[in-house]
Design a protein around this ligand. Structure first.
Ligand SMILES: [Ca+2]
Length: 465
């Protein structure tokens, strides 16, 4: 049995846990549904490149997120959802219920053709449309290798590739709202709501900048005196961009109310990957600031209000969760439906998760598929091991670098190990600890990582083109 000091001991044998992951099937909350009218409308809101701490409900000193705070109050917040460290593998895990080494979309920038194109039948959207009678819309970030969004399961949409979208940033959702006015009332709808916000460039309308007094923003101690002024400038624009997307989520909720569908709508919000001006490296690395998001679920009378869950969720859980609420069965995936723990926090659940961090860009001359590192996350602990030398020279166009943080470097085999209750920002690695208890935890994490790599068949051969 896998258990670690300082965390709730969930009695799931490791083998049984893997078996349950492999055989995950929908619990069919809505199994008694008599027809498509009984299924909930679903909105999946995917924020792009946001700091997982910059919410009012997380008591960030300066963030203004009244809409998201209201959603958190009116629903359940799963506090720790591990996504991926970059957009492409994260979005594909959301869509397929699989991890990156299973779905094959590893890289944001793929000039060598190593990313696989997702099979349209592997994504939940088509199941909602074809099996659940959903009317489906894709807004914003969609770059999953498809020629058309119809093949992926959408009826309509306004999408972008890897560039600034019109959706929300420019059109204030007018295309989506016009589509919502045409919805058939007898059938549910699904909206993939993924504007490129609060992604760079941070160029919000002036009225959102005016919400913040640059000179009164809190500056973390880690910011050097010479950098404090530029930090305040950048942070004001980032905060204002977050306030902008929060405002647009509020407009979407108002539109759902206007068409009379709010009471039967499941609204799920996550971040695709981290991004921060603060003290830690984020996007692209194997730390919490890169991988972690809260997940906010609201569904009047169906998801508990003002509750939190400390269970470890992951991006791949979204696929079975949404289909579970929709009452649609599916084949085995690696994610697990969150519905049981949303209903009952005592329900059995995973006690750790493992994944790989990939570079931003594929490399033609690599004999194997490259991964920077393997990571293991338990409630109270995090661990990572470099699977290749990580240098600041890799992927120079996409390393995380701003005035404070360069992309971190690690030697081959170098480990990070943090006790999160005492060190939530992962600053003091305990890999050389002399404490026997901590050494035992480290040995366990190390073994979990090694066993997972063996099971996954690492090193992963390059897929054939
Ligand atoms: Ca992103």
């Amino acid at each position: 049995m896998f258990s670690l000091p300082g965390q709730r001991n969930i009695a799931i044998p490791f083998g049984a846990l893997l078996l349950s992951l492999a055989l995950s099937v929908s619990i069919l909350e809505a199994a008694n549904a008599k027809g498509p009218q009984a299924r909930p409308n679903i909105v999946l809101c995917v924020l792009d490149d946001m700091d997982y701490g910059m919410f009012g409900f997380r008591e960030h000193p300066d963030a203004l997120t009244p809409t998201l705070d209201r959603l958190a109050r009116k629903g359940t917040v799963v506090e720790t959802c591990y996504m991926q460290s970059r957009c492409a593998p994260s979005l594909a895990s959301i869509l397929t219920g699989r991890l990156a080494h299973e779905h094959g979309r590893y890289f944001n920038i793929d000039e060598t053709g190593l990313n696989r194109t997702l099979d349209s039948g592997s994504m939940f959207v088509g199941k909602l449309r074809d099996l659940g009678g959903y009317q489906t819309y894709a807004g914003g970030k969609w770059w999953e290798g498809f020629g058309t969004i119809e093949e992926a399961g959408f009826d309509a949409g306004e999408i972008s590739g890897n560039n600034n979208s019109v959706f929300v940033r420019v059109d204030e959702q007018s295309h989506l709202f016009d589509w919502m006015d045409t919805l058939e009332s007898e059938n549910p709808f699904f909206i993939w709501w993924a504007p490129l916000l609060p992604h760079l460039p941070h160029d919000p309308p002036q009225r959102f900048l005016d919400l913040f007094d640059k000179n009164s923003l809190i500056v973390p101690d880690c910011i050097a005196p010479r950098d404090r002024e530029i930090y305040r400038f950048d942070q004001q624009y980032y905060l204002a961009t977050i306030a902008w997307v929060d405002h647009e989520i509020g407009r979407l909720l108002e539109k759902i109310r206007e068409i009379g569908r709010r009471d039967n709508t499941l609204f799920v919000t996550v971040i695709d990957n981290g991004w921060s001006y603060e003290c830690e490296a984020s996007k692209g690395f194997h730390n919490r600031a890169a991988w972690e998001s809260p997940m906010i679920l609201t569904y009047p009378d169906r998801v508990p209000m003002r509750e939190t869950r400390d269970h470890l969720a992951r991006a791949a859980d979204i696929f079975p969760t949404l289909l579970d609420y929709a009452g649609i069965t599916h084949g085995p995936v690696s994610g697990e439906s969150l519905l049981p723990i949303v209903k009952n926090p005592e329900a059995p659940w995973r006690s750790f998760l493992v994944d790989l961090t990939y570079p931003a860009r594929s490399r033609a001359d690599a004999p194997f598929l490259e991964a920077y590192s393997v990571l293991v996350r338990a409630k109270a602990w995090s661990y990572a091991r470099a699977l290749k030398p990580i240098t600041s020279f890799q992927n120079p166009d996409n390393r995380i670098k701003h005035f404070y943080t360069n992309f971190p470097t690690r030697g081959l085999g170098e480990e990070d190990f943090y006790r999160l209750l005492l060190d939530p920002d992962e600053r003091n690695s305990l890999t050389n600890t002399s404490d026997v208890g901590l050494q035992n935890v480290l040995l366990t994490m190390r073994q979990v990582a090694s066993d997972w790599l063996t099971d996954a068949g690492y090193p992963l051969l390059r897929p054939s083109r």
